[in-house]
Write a new protein. Structure first.
Length: 199
């Protein structure tokens, strides 16, 4: 009888799934921002947008392993501080009428330090996924710093490079000088917990 009860307990626990799994999403008023930096020998400029949406579904108590993550950026909303440059970038290089959104879909956490997300603490994650930009999808491993505040919100920050040539984007040319192929991208996101639906 004892063995039968133990077996039933194990089955029930397995069926229940990870109790700590949670979903978080970016809200329109979160202040989340994506910034890219373009460099040339005689000119450096940044482009910024807060038109960012997305969500993550993961287990904060066991970070390594599968997760579901999706971040979308509206490319036409990047502002470089110059109207003419914005238009040139949208029409001639990013071609936002045809490719309006850049998307990163994360599928797993390859490494996490620490392996669980502390309350009011942070962890460094290496997330594997696919970056879809300008109609070209490329596998990427991106290092992200994930924090959790006292209210339960998540903060996600990270810095990585994107090679224009890897996504078939023609390198912009200003004042005769072409920009570097690699563009630096910084993300600063805030995600709020999604209320669980009833049984």
């Amino acid at each position: 009888m004892f063995r039968l009860l133990a077996l039933l307990t194990m089955i029930a626990a397995f069926d229940a799934g990870p109790a700590a799994a949670a979903k978080f999403e970016i809200t329109p008023d979160s202040g989340s921002e994506v910034v890219f930096t373009s460099k040339a020998p005689m000119e450096t400029f940044t482009g910024k947008t807060r038109q960012v949406s997305g969500w993550v579904d993961f287990d904060p108590t066991q970070l390594e392993g599968p997760l579901q993550l999706e971040i979308q950026v509206q490319l036409a909303d990047f502002d470089t501080g110059m109207k003419k440059r914005n238009q040139h970038m949208r029409d001639n290089h990013l071609e936002t009428d045809q490719y309006p959104v850049a998307t990163f879909r994360g599928t797993s956490v390859l490494a996490a330090k620490p392996s669980s997300l502390p309350t009011s603490g942070s962890s460094t994650l290496t997330v594997h996924g696919q970056l879809d930009l300008h109609g070209v999808s490329q596998p990427r491993d991106i290092e992200l710093q994930v924090g959790r505040d006292a209210a339960g919100d998540l903060t996600v920050t990270g810095e990585f490079t994107v090679a224009l040539s890897a996504h078939a984007i023609e390198r912009p040319k200003f004042l005769v000088m072409k920009l570097a192929d690699e563009q630096l991208v910084n993300i600063d996101l805030t995600l709020q917990p999604v209320a669980k639906e009833g049984p």
